[in-house]
Design a binder for this molecule. Structure first.
Ligand SMILES: [Zn+2]
Length: 410
């Protein structure tokens, strides 16, 4: 088991673990358990005796502490599935050893080129070994890099008694990409006080803030009628729905916002003359901003429908996830220790916000505070996904330093 982190990564990406939002099973695709079983076998081979895969597709494992100090139990977490956006079947990784700059043309599809202009992070990778797909599939660095890094760190912890640490928990989840990554997690069984996901991008990044997210559904009822006899009587729900969408503020769209700005985003519109449905997602870093956007949607729907006598509507808001920053700010040592671990692993730490959610945002709100650490991958969910071996090694070093820090500061 003298595998490098790159060896592990190449082994894991070969297993197709694409999740499927249309499936109602848990996990959404049974092939995710193929990787879960491999990870358990490897953990058992490392001597991590309680490693197991449960019926929902989660892998749990414990690395017992080797110190007399009372160290908080921390957990490292990453997800086993890949995104439904692009195929993950038959991934054929390509390695560019000792990258010397320039665009990277993918061998399996001449139209796929990772261009330095579009991927400026490549400029920081000179001399590194870059791993890509052949362009016909995604690579799966999101988040098999995280798995490989946690597994390599686990191997290092169990083989080197000189590294002092408390009890370390490992958690590998299915179905993160379809928003169900923590639906069936058993936090009592896990028994951790704090956690870290390894699911971020650039080496050195730590993210302690995510969007707060709601979904909004508007159902419109029109008045259906034979079009030949419709004068002054028909109300076409398609037109009402379209008028609502047309009134959404363009300056609050995903395509016009960045940084810490939120947005309103219609994701689906379906319907007929008789009835129509609009699904929207609403995102903001602040709860007040989220409430404002929901209220604006409500006002627009009310005003538009009022202008179409005979039409009626219902509007439902449901919570999707919440910014984890409020929870993490109550336990500042979680992020402080991660920042220091990144520094000790030889990088300049950079704190940032995720314009999205992570398993950690939901775990944090469920009572397991959980920021997100870089895993090193780039261009997630696409055939241009890439990662360097050296950045994965930096993530392994960060995990090991973090375990040492919690023990040192206990
Ligand atoms: Zn991910």
């Amino acid at each position: 088991m003298n595998d490098t982190v790159a060896d592990r990564f190449l082994r894991y990406v070969a297993i197709d673990t694409q999740s499927d939002g249309a499936s109602e099973t848990q996990p959404s695709t049974m092939k995710q358990k193929d990787l879960g079983r491999l990870l358990v076998a490897e953990l058992l081979a490392l001597g991590i005796a309680d490693a197991h895969l449960d019926e929902h597709g989660y892998v749990y494992a414990t690395i017992p502490g080797n110190t007399d100090k009372d160290v908080p139990v921390i957990c490292f977490c990453s997800h086993m599935d890949t995104a439904p956006d692009f195929t993950g079947t038959n991934v054929k990784p390509q390695i560019v050893p000792d990258y010397q700059g320039g665009d990277i043309r993918l061998s399996g599809d001449a139209s796929r080129v990772i261009r330095v202009d579009e991927h400026p992070e490549l400029r920081n990778q000179i001399g590194n070994d870059i791993i890509t797909s052949d362009g016909t599939t995604l690579l799966g660095a999101d988040d098999k890099a995280g798995l490989a890094e946690i597994m390599s760190a686990a191997a290092r912890l169990v083989s080197d008694p000189a590294i002092k640490h408390g009890t370390i928990k490992l958690l590998f989840t299915p179905d993160e990409e379809i928003g169900r990554g923590v639906d069936k997690v058993d936090l009592a069984k896990l028994g951790a006080q704090f956690a870290y996901t390894l699911d971020g991008e650039t080496a050195g990044d730590i993210e302690d803030e995510t969007f707060s997210a709601d979904g909004v559904e508007i159902n419109i009822a029109g008045v259906a009628m034979h079009p030949g006899f419709a004068k002054d009587r028909m109300v076409n729900a398609i037109k009402v729905a379209s008028a609502i969408v047309a009134r959404l503020p363009q300056e609050q769209s995903p395509e016009t916002t960045s940084g810490r700005q939120g947005f309103i985003h219609p994701v689906e519109i379906t319907g007929s003359m008789a009835s129509a449905r609009i699904a929207l997602i609403v995102r903001d870093f602040e709860d007040a901003g989220l409430a404002e956007k929901n209220a604006l949607i409500g006002r627009i729907a009310q005003e538009v429908v009022a202008a179409w006598p005979g039409a009626t509507y219902t509007l439902k808001v449901h919570e999707q996830y919440r910014n984890m920053k409020g929870v993490l700010d109550r336990h500042p040592q979680i992020v402080e220790n991660a920042v220091e671990a990144i520094r000790r692993a030889g990088m300049t730490p950079r704190r940032g916000s995720v314009r999205g959610g992570t398993d950690g945002s939901r775990l944090s709100l469920m009572g397991l505070p959980c920021p997100n650490i870089f895993a090193g991958g780039h261009a997630f969910h696409s055939p241009l996904e890439w990662i360097s071996r050296q950045d994965m090694e930096k993530a392994v070093a960060t995990i090991v330093e973090l375990c040492k820090l919690w023990e040192e500061r206990a």
